[in-house]
Design a protein around this ligand. Structure first.
Ligand SMILES: Nc1ncnc2c1ncn2[C@@H]1O[C@H](COP(=O)(O)OP(=O)(O)O)[C@@H](O)[C@H]1O
Ligand SMILES: [Mg+2]
Length: 512
């Protein structure tokens, strides 16, 4: 890349954007050149999406100037942006499920002619998809496509509408590892043909793997722009956080206990409606062990949690805790045994939305806090416990706010703090770090490891393979309600797990 001799395709100068209570973009400058993949890196809330939504005309900047192809422009709407050959794939995909691939693409064409010509659009879809490896069937109904394929349709949509600047907002969030690899392949080919690609992400690994230059945003400002070839993990972390992250997660070697803390024997459930049925699950979790569940969500993860908790009816098999039968026990009984639980959806599953943060901290262990035979609560003690565990996460909000007013990330912190506040024998954690920024993610992982080191058995459900590989002692893959494989992380790799996650057998060439 010879940027210095080239004119930027896009230049942003002094971009400002405030939302109530937060300066989302604070005087941002950014240049994007043709033929580059430019990472926009930063933790949650850094201002990445806001900046790109301004470039795409979805938001108006409060201040600042934009040049496209050397000409100063005002972008007042996405239509303006598209006219300037700027296209964006949002975090939440935007296709119309009840229409075909072809119809979705046709609707988006800049020059959708007075007479709609499906044959010609079909031809253009084939050309572009062959060129870039974006295989889709134009006649498929979008509703029937996997997320990975829908994303390809979104990209095709932009290519056919003549976008030259492609903005992708956290495109890998929903993809399995081999899908990520194939997306990066597509991006590299687009780069060769002069497209400029802006890849929004907070994953360092992807940035190092697939981009040319990296702009790091921190708290609404540009913390730095560097060439990928000059970047390394430490430099990027430094830019993202303005400090070294201290968290090193220590895994202690523990002697294997004799009895598992949890054992499922030929365990099955009858899924009703959209639920998945668990089929013949055999699973042991020993004290001092983290067992990870890899899988694309919707393959029985929720049902597995619910069944362990005693919310889901058991159709067959047994559930033992420390060799005692709990197959048909209530959740309360499980709690009394020493179960900690971080659910998939903290607001509806684990909090009372109208109660305060403090009340929510106490709600699962009222027995520990009640005094005078249950007539009063020891709020001082609740407050002290809450303060201690929330401090670890660097909490700043009031204990007296209702839980429903917290953001998703804060709610998640609240639940993690509560569930790991006291010693648990068994911890079931679903998507532990979803919605957390990088700092809180580290704290949450440390807390989980601490609980393990102190002898808790942990079931960790996650879609983040990096998380599973770094934390778990053992891994199982869940696919359509069955255990599709079981591994020690050191004896497998992302690709093998990824293939099993998507129902393939994994007879592939490992590429690393
Ligand atoms: N529509 C909005 N209304 C109010 N605040 C918003 C809105 N969009 C983003 N924010 C806030 O602006 C900041 C930056 O958000 P965002 O650009 O989405 O960050 P990122 O994409 O880097 O995670 C955050 O504090 C976020 O809560
Ligand atoms: Mg974002």
């Amino acid at each position: 890349m010879e940027q210095s001799s080239q004119q930027p395709l896009v230049s942003l100068r002094g971009i400002m954007k405030a939302f109530p209570g937060v300066l989302a973009n604070n005087n941002i400058d950014l240049d994007i050149f043709p033929g580059e993949i430019h990472a926009l890196l930063g933790e949650n809330g850094a201002g990445k999406s806001t900046l790109m939504k301004i470039l795409y005309g979805f938001y108006r900047a409060d201040d600042g100037r934009i040049w496209v192809d050397g000409k100063e422009t005002r972008i007042k709407s996405p239509a303006d942006a598209r006219q300037l050959n700027i296209g964006m794939v949002f975090q939440v995909l935007n296709l119309i499920p009840a229409m075909s691939v072809l119809e979705n693409i046709a609707l988006f064409l800049k020059d959708l002619p007075g007479l709609y010509n499906p044959a010609q659009i079909r031809k253009r879809i084939f050309e572009q998809s062959r060129l870039y490896g974006l295989e889709v069937n134009p006649d498929d109904m979008v509703a029937h496509l996997s997320i990975g394929v829908q994303q390809k349709v979104e990209i095709l949509k932009l290519l056919l509408s003549d976008a030259k600047i492609l903005i992708l907002d956290e495109p890998t969030r929903v993809l399995a590892p081999h899908e990520v690899e194939s997306l990066f392949e597509v991006l590299r080919k687009l780069r060769q043909n002069g497209y400029a690609i802006i890849l929004i992400t907070h994953k360092l690994k992807e940035v190092m793997e697939c981009t040319d230059r990296i702009t790091v945003l921190r708290a609404g400002r540009v913390a730095g722009t560097i060439l990928c070839s000059e970047a390394n993990h430490e430099k990027l972390v430094q830019l993202m956080f303005d400090k070294q992250l201290t968290a090193q997660i220590e895994r202690e070697d523990l002697p294997r206990a004799l009895d598992p803390v949890l054992e499922l024997v030929s365990f099955s459930t009858h899924g009703e409606g959209t639920e998945v049925s668990l089929k013949n699950i055999a699973l042991k979790i020993f004290p001092g062990e983290i067992v990870g569940v890899a899988g694309v969500s919707g393959n029985g993860q929720k049902e597995l949690c619910d069944a362990i908790l005693g919310i889901e009816k058991v159709a067959g098999g047994r559930k033992l805790l420390k060799a005692q039968d709990f197959t048909h026990s209530t959740t309360r009984k499980m709690r009394d045994f020493g179960l900690g639980f971080v659910p998939e959806n903290p607001l509806t599953m684990a909090t009372v939305p109208f109660m305060s943060v403090l009340e929510n901290m106490a709600v699962t262990r009222t027995a520990d806090y009640s005094r005078h035979g249950g007539l009063t609560m020891d709020w001082k003690l609740v407050q002290e416990d809450a303060r201690q565990s929330l401090e670890k996460f660097g909490f700043t909000f009031s204990y007296y706010l209702p839980a429903k007013s917290l953001s998703g990330g804060n709610l998640q912190r609240l639940i993690i703090a509560r569930e790991m506040m006291k010693d648990s024998q068994l911890i079931v954690a679903s998507y532990l770090t979803r919605g957390l920024d990088v700092q809180s993610t580290l704290v949450a992982r440390q807390e989980l490891m601490r609980a393990r080191n102190e002898g808790a058995g942990v079931l960790l459900i996650s879609e983040d393979l990096e998380e599973l590989f770094s934390l778990c002692d053992r891994l199982i893959v869940l696919y359509e309600g069955r255990i599709a494989g079981e591994f020690k992380p050191s004896e497998t790799d992302y690709y093998q797990i990824g293939y099993l996650m998507t129902g393939s057998q994994g007879n592939h060439v490992t590429t690393h």
